[in-house]
Write a protein that binds this ligand. Structure first.
Ligand code: HEC
Ligand code: HEC
Length: 439
């Protein structure tokens, strides 16, 4: 229902833009309100040097070695090819979408929408995470179904509601006939264009998107003036009363603040009867293995209500029902809305969610409990989170902070003081209540 209403609103918007700009305007604006690819590239030129230094200066060389596969050293030729492909609309079936439609340079490399919108205005089930710092994750996608950036990049192109290509061959037909690409592939990998090298090249470009230099880092390095007193108070809470550190440890060897594990923090429990969904998913995935199995999971995750099963789709382990990968905390100031389903609009909403102990369900992670944080304490953690945005994105970060703050003054849909302060329903009673309803 919500999806349909949003789609028609978006359609009206696109129609309005179409009318204003005329058909010829299509080259100047990206699909679904994204910035045009050419303008995004110009913006990227300001964020990255023409030949990005590898490994990035912000990182210890040992850390970097672990992030680069032996057969895909990011050479300048590979990065150049990958960058061109990232902004290439011919990768989508109808030539309207590129990776950068949903991972838009001007929007924190996301689409800043609750869930992604693919070809033919089709809405998926999941929020587009940022491609910034994706290189640091041990697994990719919110349920970790892809083992590497190389494998990840090959999936959205073939997903029917993302870029919609019918096959690898059909995708390459658009690319391999273009002499410029033939030359670029040859220089990058020493052979004609092929789908696996396309994945490798895009991954090489993504490895340049290291954005981990923020006021917070200067504070960690000993500059006491780098962040506000309020953010410092947030850091104390982060590592103490608010318990964020138990999943989001963030330090020099783990600069993005994820434990690379999967937890049910009670986001998906808002909509679902997990038992029924799990049975249904097991039926659909039966016998699907290897690449076909991966593509089957990709479709369930993006197109069906089974999306909410999260990591369970990958492991088929009941303990993983409703669990998702611990998000990175880098640049969260500019990558809202939040969580795998994009249901939390502001970082204040995120704090309200944690403060009341998430949405009770039988698979809730043991680390999620009401936190009894006061409003002042919530503001402090939010201030800390905004200090983790890379300096290059500081103007956007300031703008989003002001916007979110204004919204939080009037709209706090997930705030529940009584639960947060443990005045009603101890945890046991909440879970038992859920179990009763489930029978
Ligand atoms: C229609 C919008 C859309 C398009 C087009 C798209 N993506 Fe995504 N991307 C998403 C969504 C949604 C997810 C999360 C899906 C999930 O986790 O199940 C995602 C996840 C990712 C991730 C994983 C990030 C993480 O934190 O694990 C990377 C990397 C990524 N996309 C890169 C790309 C690349 C490269 C392309 C082009 C080949 C691309 N995307 C095209 C919407 C899109
Ligand atoms: C038990 C582990 C756990 C704890 C404790 C935890 N988180 Fe998370 N966090 C996660 C997981 C898992 C996700 C992704 C959930 C999803 O997408 O549905 C997440 C997502 C987030 C996001 C959303 C990021 C995005 O881009 O969508 C933010 C922000 C966040 N956490 C901040 C915090 C803060 C602040 C705290 C402390 C108050 C905290 N987390 C405590 C596991 C945890």
């Amino acid at each position: 229902m919500r999806a349909r209403r949003m789609r028609s609103a978006v359609a009206a918007c696109v129609a309005a833009i179409g009318l204003a700009a005329g058909r010829a305007g299509a080259a100047d604006t990206g699909a679904h309100g994204a910035m045009a690819e050419s303008a995004q590239q110009a913006r990227l030129d300001k964020l990255l040097p023409p030949t990005p230094m590898m490994p990035p200066a912000a990182l210890a060389p040992q850390l970097w070695e672990a992030l680069v596969p032996a057969d895909n050293e990011p050479t300048p030729a590979r990065i150049e090819l990958g960058r061109k492909l990232y902004f290439e609309r011919r990768l989508s079936r109808d030539g309207t979408l590129s990776c950068s439609t949903c991972h838009d340079v001007s929007r924190g490399f996301t689409d800043q929408r609750p869930v992604a919108e693919g070809i033919g205005d089709q809405l998926g089930r999941r929020n587009s995470p940022t491609t910034l710092n994706a290189v640091f994750f041990q697994t990719l996608f919110l349920d970790g179904r892809a083992p590497s950036l190389e494998e990840q990049a090959k999936l959205p192109i073939l997903n029917p509601i993302e870029m919609g290509q019918p096959s690898r061959e059909a995708t390459m037909a658009n690319i391999a006939g273009d002499p410029e690409y033939v030359a670029l592939f040859q220089r990058a990998y020493g052979r004609p264009p092929n789908y696996d090298d396309l994945g490798r090249a895009i991954a090489s470009f993504e490895r340049t998107l290291v954005f981990v230099s923020a006021p917070f880092d200067r504070f960690l390095a000993g500059d006491d003036q780098a962040i506000s007193a309020q953010a410092k108070e947030g850091w104390t809470l982060f590592n103490g009363k608010a318990r964020c550190v138990s999943c989001h440890a963030i330090n020099l060897s783990n600069p993005i603040g994820t434990d690379n594990r999967f937890h049910n923090i009670g986001v998906s429990a808002r909509h679902q009867n997990f038992e029924q969904l799990a049975q249904k998913a097991l039926g659909v995935l039966k016998g699907a293995q290897g690449q076909a199995g991966l593509e089957a999971i990709d479709r369930l995750a993006l197109e069906t209500d089974m999306s909410e099963l999260g990591r369970f789709l990958v492991t088929k382990d009941r303990a993983d029902i409703g669990s998702f990968k611990t998000s990175q905390l880098r640049n969260v100031g500019v990558t809202g809305p939040y969580m795998h389903d994009g249901t939390l609009q502001t970082l204040w909403d995120v704090m309200d969610h944690y403060n009341k102990g998430g949405e009770a369900n039988l698979y809730l992670d043991g680390g999620i409990e009401p936190l009894a944080l006061t409003e002042t304490e919530i503001d402090a953690v939010v201030a800390l989170l905004f200090s983790m945005t890379d300096d290059r994105l500081a103007p956007d970060n300031r703008q989003q902070e002001a916007k979110q703050r204004a919204r939080s003054r009037t709209t706090r849909p997930f705030r529940d003081e009584a639960l947060a302060m443990r005045r009603v329903l101890p945890f046991e009673a909440r879970v038992m209540g859920v179990a009763e309803k489930g029978r």
